[in-house]
Each structure stands twice: as structure tokens, then as C-alpha cells.
Design a protein around this ligand. Structure first.
Ligand code: C2O
Ligand code: CU
Ligand code: CU
Length: 497
């Protein structure tokens, strides 16, 4: 079946190289009903083709009808037992995601997705991780500075029924991070079924800023994931599978289909996370109003940045502030993507919230010294479908690709080598640390890259220099965060010693 699909795809690609008109394909993909199993393979393939072409209309996403109040994940409560602070269990479940249809899912401490784990800089935490699934999993803390042996990469699997207490100290500044599984070759499927949760870090500095931080009142997690449901309402990863990144036509926000969010009048903070396997979102307000970006993947920006749109590739986060008092017209207001698709409609309620936004948020800086360091590591991303590589190689768990000294800053040059088809965006992620973006194609990076990052979108042909150092020792993964690319081997490992 898959071989057949690949053959068909390659045939299509060669005919496209000759003619290169995507119009017809795009039209078809809009019409093909994903509930119709007969169309499924074709629509998946179109998504792949479009995605690969850098076409900005992959398998179309249905807009939110705004009928369900956005689900707000619970904050993970401290454990009552003596020797651990928190417990996280990966488990199977069932959830009514679609009306009247039960879906088999995975979740942490529940049926689908996970709670929000709130930690403070400086604290030491012991987390009991439990695997109640029928298959191996791992607990990876995406964006967290931790030693390699607790990072939860593919080297640290938990077998079904196993549990492990891990311990680490929170050493980095306030940020919105997340956690998800990372078992070798199975990451994409496990995330697809529902394993993902947010991890917040707070610190004394962020306390003093008086940013909106009333959880679920004026400070909301917004975890965006696209999914394809089968006619009987299941999340069938095999059926939806696309080697260039599995897409769905339905958007789940915090696990809610057709969501809407009731917000108070005043400033509201949204912690956006693209938790999709492969879909990119270019987010803006339907009214065309601007919003303020205040944080990147790994911390606050120095100043609130006025934006009218924001690209989030898989695994990237951004915190934004929308001031619902300052908007001309809040009727039918929504977050939309660049196709005008409604992602999250807002309903402004009677409550008032009155935070001022401070002008100075952080003191992030790239030093002269970092700017003048020579490039010591080069990583070239290349390929499509399951023919994806980094420096011409696929992941091998028994091969260490690079080493770096703990605490030492090096400059890496990342590049995305286009292929004859034009290439595609690869969101590149490095475990165990946050890095600084020095330049993009030899130029100053955009203002919203002037903050800590752990994932960066490389467009075809891009050359990005980053300054990176690891505070802890261990073996860490770096990879494309299109989860199917990662599972297909677009991943390498660095040993920090
Ligand atoms: Cu989100 Cu290897 O990580
Ligand atoms: Cu990670
Ligand atoms: Cu990729």
C-alpha cells in the first residue's frame, strides 16, 4: 500500500516538474471529504505534495464553528506521596472528541492530552513517570535544560507497566515548554493519539512583571493540533499517515473541536503551542488588529513586540497578549490562519482584567563574543518523505554524531538544502538547552527571534547561525520536528561531556 503510494507520488512529482500547476490538486483536496475513506489516500498524498511544494494550502483545515468552550487542562497537583512531587502516567483512554462518537485516545493522567505542569526556577523536582500503555514510551521535556539521562530521548524507554522516578533541578528562566513521548520510530503516532502536555516555568522576575497570569482566566494555554478522524470517529494513525508529515482536516485546540474561548475585557495572554505533527500555522486576528508577542520558545522577549501575524511551525511556542479593550470591534473576532480559516473564535464576557504591560520584560542579549565565534558545527537538512537526512545521514541510535564540552558556547550553522522540487520548511529542534539565533541568511534575525529558542523554522535555502551551549552532560537528540521526519531518521545525537 505504502509502496504504491510512493510510486504514485513520484509519478505525480515528475509530471509536476514538467508542468508545475498545483491548482487542480488544491481544488480536489478541498472537495475530498476526509470522512470518505475512498478519498483518503489521495487527499493524504495531495497534502504531502502541497506541503513539499511549499504550497501554502495543504490538506485544508476546517474552520472552528465555535460551539464548544475551550477545554482548559487541569494544573497538575502535587503528589501526596513522600518521595515524589508529581506523578505523570501515560495511559489509554476514550474521549468524546466528536459529537456522539467515542475516540480511542492516549493521555497523561487522563484520557487525552495532559495536565499543565507548573514549576519554578530553582526548585528540585522528583517526577514519577509511569507507563500504563501496551507499548514502550518515554517522557521527554521539550525545551528543558536537564541532564541527558532524564531528558527522555529514545535511549530512556519505559516498558509497559514500568515506572521511573526522575529528578532534576529547574535552572532556566520563566518559559512555556512542553512534554511529549519520544520512543524511537513511534513518537509521531503516540503524540497523534494524544500524548502531549504543557510545562510552565515561573521565576521571581516573571512574578514581578504583573503579566496576565490568572490561569484559565486571563492566561490560557492554546495547544493546536490537526487530526483526521475516520468515519467511525477514530484517530487511525496508519490511515492518516503521510511520510512528509501527517495532516488532518480538523483542528483540536487543547483537545476541543470547534472551540471558542470566552475572554475578559482587557489584556489576555495566550500561550500558543503548535503541537501538530506537521502543520504550520500563520496566526493573525480576523479583524486585522495587531497583538503583542511577549515570549518565544524559551523565555520572554526583551520588549513586547507588536505583530500582525506569526508563523508557528511544529513544536514552536509563542506567548501573545491581546488587549480586548483596545480592539475596534470584537464581534466575530477570532484567531485565523493565513487562509482565513477560523482557528479560535473569541467571546468577550463581562469580566474585566486590568494588567498593564511592562515595557521591559527581559534582558536577553547576544554578546560580541558570541557574534565573533567561528562556526564549529554544520548541519545540513535535506530531503522529503522518508528520504530525509541530516548531513546525508539517517539517525542511528548507536552513532554519536557530534560532541561538545559542557558549558562551552559553540556556533552551529544550520542549513536547509533545497531539492529539485523546491524543498520544504523543516522545524529544527535541539534537546536539553535553549539557543540564541545569531543570523538568518547572513542578516539580523527578525525581532521575534531575539529570545531563547529551542526550535527554529528553516525555509528552503535558509542558513541560520545559532550560539548554543549545554549546561548539563549527556546524550541529546537534535531533529526535524515534523514528527514523521523525525521517526524516519531526520535526527542525530550530540554527546555533551
Ligand atoms: Cu519535542 Cu525531540 O522533541
Ligand atoms: Cu525536545
Ligand atoms: Cu523535516
Amino acid at each position: 500500500m505504502k509502496i504504491m503510494m510512493k510510486w504514485l507520488t513520484l509519478t505525480l512529482i515528475s509530471s509536476l516538474i514538467a508542468g508545475c500547476s498545483m491548482g487542480g490538486v488544491t481544488e480536489e483536496s478541498k472537495e475530498s471529504s476526509p470522512e470518505n475513506v475512498m478519498n483518503h489516500d489521495m487527499s493524504g498524498m495531495e497534502g504531502m505534495m502541497d506541503g513539499h511544494m511549499g504550497h501554502n494550502n495543504p490538506l485544508a483545515l476546517k474552520g472552528s464553528k465555535g460551539v464548544n468552550e475551550l477545554s482548559i487542562p487541569p494544573l497538575l497537583a502535587a503528589s501526596t506521596s513522600e518521595n515524589v512531587d508529581y506523578t505523570l502516567t501515560a495511559q489509554k483512554g476514550k474521549r468524546m472528541l466528536l459529537e456522539g462518537q467515542e475516540t480511542e485516545t492516549y493521555g497523561y493522567n487522563g484520557d487525552f492530552l495532559g495536565p499543565v505542569l507548573k514549576l519554578r526556577k530553582g526548585e528540585s523536582v522528583r517526577i514519577k513517570t509511569v507507563n500504563d500503555l501496551d507499548e514502550d514510551t518515554t517522557f521527554h521535556w521539550h525545551g528543558l535544560d536537564v541532564p541527558g539521562d532524564v531528558d527522555g530521548g529514545p535511549h530512556n524507554p519505559l516498558k509497559p507497566g514500568e515506572e521511573r522516578i526522575i529528578q532534576f533541578k529547574v535552572t532556566q528562566e520563566a518559559a512555556t515548554l512542553w512534554f511529549h513521548p519520544h520512543p524511537h520510530g513511534k513518537t509521531a503516532e503516540q503524540v497523534y493519539k494524544g500524548l502531549a502536555g504543557l510545562l510552565y516555568i515561573e521565576d521571581e522576575h516573571s512574578d514581578r512583571l504583573n503579566l496576565p497570569d490568572d490561569y484559565g482566566v486571563n492566561d490560557f494555554p492554546v495547544l493546536m493540533q490537526d487530526r483526521a478522524f475516520t468515519p467511525i470517529g477514530e484517530l487511525d494513525y496508519e490511515a492518516a499517515y503521510n511520510s512528509d508529515g501527517t495532516l488532518g482536516d480538523r483542528l483540536l485546540v487543547n483537545g476541543t473541536l470547534d472551540p471558542k474561548l470566552s475572554v475578559p475585557q482587557g489584556k489576555v495572554r495566550l500561550r500558543l503551542l503548535n503541537g501538530s505533527n506537521a502543520r504550520n500555522y500563520t496566526i493573525s486576528l480576523s479583524s486585522g488588529d495587531t497583538f503583542q508577542q511577549i515570549a518565544t520558545d524559551g523565555g520572554l522577549l526583551n520588549d513586547p513586540l507588536e505583530m500582525d501575524s506569526l508563523l508557528l511551525t511544529p513544536a514552536e511556542r509563542a506567548e501573545i497578549i491581546i488587549d480586548f479593550d483596545q480592539l475596534q470591534d470584537v464581534k466575530d473576532l477570532a484567531l485565523v490562519d493565513d487562509q482565513g480559516t477560523i482557528l479560535l473564535p473569541f467571546e468577550v464576557n463581562e469580566k474585566k482584567t486590568s494588567n498593564k504591560l511592562p515595557a521591559d520584560l527581559n534582558s536577553f542579549a547576544v554578546t560580541e563574543e558570541e557574534r565573533n565565534l567561528p562556526v564549529t558545527k554544520r548541519l545540513e537538512l535535506f530531503g522529503m518523505m522518508d528520504m530525509v537526512t541530516i548531513n546525508g545521514k539517517k539517525f542511528d541510535k548507536d552513532r554519536i554524531d557530534m560532541t561538545q564540552k559542557v558549558g562551552e558556547t559553540e556556533v552551529w550553522e544550520l542549513s536547509n538544502k533545497p531539492d529539485p522540487m523546491g524543498g520544504m520548511i523543516h522545524p529544527f529542534h535541539i534537546h536539553g538547552t535553549q539557543f540564541k539565533v545569531l543570523s538568518v541568511n547572513g542578516e539580523e534575525p527578525d525581532d521575534n527571534l531575539k529570545g531563547w529558542k529551542d526550535t527554529i523554522a528553516l525555509h528552503p535555502g535558509d542558513r541560520v547561525k545559532i550560539a548554543i551551549s549545554f549546561a548539563n552532560k549527556g546524550v541529546y537528540m537534535y531533529h526535524c520536528h515534523i514528527l514523521e521526519h523525525e521517526d524516519n531518521g531526520m535526527m542525530g545525537q550530540i554527546e555533551v561531556n
